[in-house]
Design a protein around this ligand. Structure first.
Ligand SMILES: [Cu+2]
Length: 215
């Protein structure tokens, strides 16, 4: 029906010569979010765009802070000042090992709060034939190789020493059973001076380990 005084309207969704606003708004092909009024739709699109843009700007503004916090929280394996009595351990984890996997590596950050140097001299894990303290080194060709830390791993006084992927680690050789991600392994650490200490190491899947290293 053409209302007098109004131009003929064509429904832009079904291309029928629609003839009233009502028949356009009830067109079954009309997407529900759009309205007949182009001006109204544009306004809506514009305000959606503005909302997205202000959200993006907010994220961009917060990005440097987030990056800074991420860097501050993940200082890397660099030794840093540390205080307290004797040696303490933090961030202990090991690589999960599946069926038939004979080895795993365990990592931990050790803090020697004492005034004298100490050494990590041995590690024991009931679930493996041997637990060795290894250091990783690079040869002239850039090939990494690992070897037992002769005489133990030095722990400088008031410093954190990280056993971390690519560096020193506790090698668990001859696992008696798989270690599933999420499980915990009790590894006892022995020191030259400090009392021995049993630390719970949390098993991480390869994906978790990679994300952890990304820190
Ligand atoms: Cu090793």
């Amino acid at each position: 029906m053409v209302r007098s005084g109004r131009p003929n309207l064509v429904c832009r969704y079904c291309c029928r010569r629609a003839i009233s606003i009502e028949s356009i708004t009830s067109c079954p092909l009309r997407p529900p979010v759009l309205t007949v009024s182009d001006a109204g739709a544009n306004r809506r699109r514009q305000s959606l765009f503005q909302a997205l843009r202000s959200q993006a700007m907010q994220i961009l503004r917060q990005l440097p802070i987030a990056l800074f916090l991420a860097l501050a929280a993940c200082g890397g394996p660099e030794p840093s000042a540390c205080d307290g009595d004797g040696v303490s351990a933090s961030g202990a984890w090991l690589r999960a090992a599946g069926e038939g996997q004979p080895m795993s590596a365990a990592y931990v950050e050790l803090c020697n709060g004492a005034d004298a140097p100490d050494k990590l001299v041995a590690a024991h894990f009931d679930g493996a034939n041997a637990a060795e303290i290894h250091i990783t080194s690079m040869d002239e060709d850039g090939m990494a190789s690992m070897a037992p830390a002769e005489g133990g791993l030095a722990l400088a006084p008031h410093e954190k020493t990280a056993l971390a992927p690519g560096g020193a680690h506790i090698m668990l050789i001859g696992l008696s059973a798989p270690i599933a991600a999420g499980e915990e392994a009790a590894i006892t650490l022995e020191f030259e001076n400090a009392e021995p200490m049993t630390v719970m190491f949390k098993a991480m899947s390869p994906a978790e380990a990679a994300a952890h290293q990304g820190h």
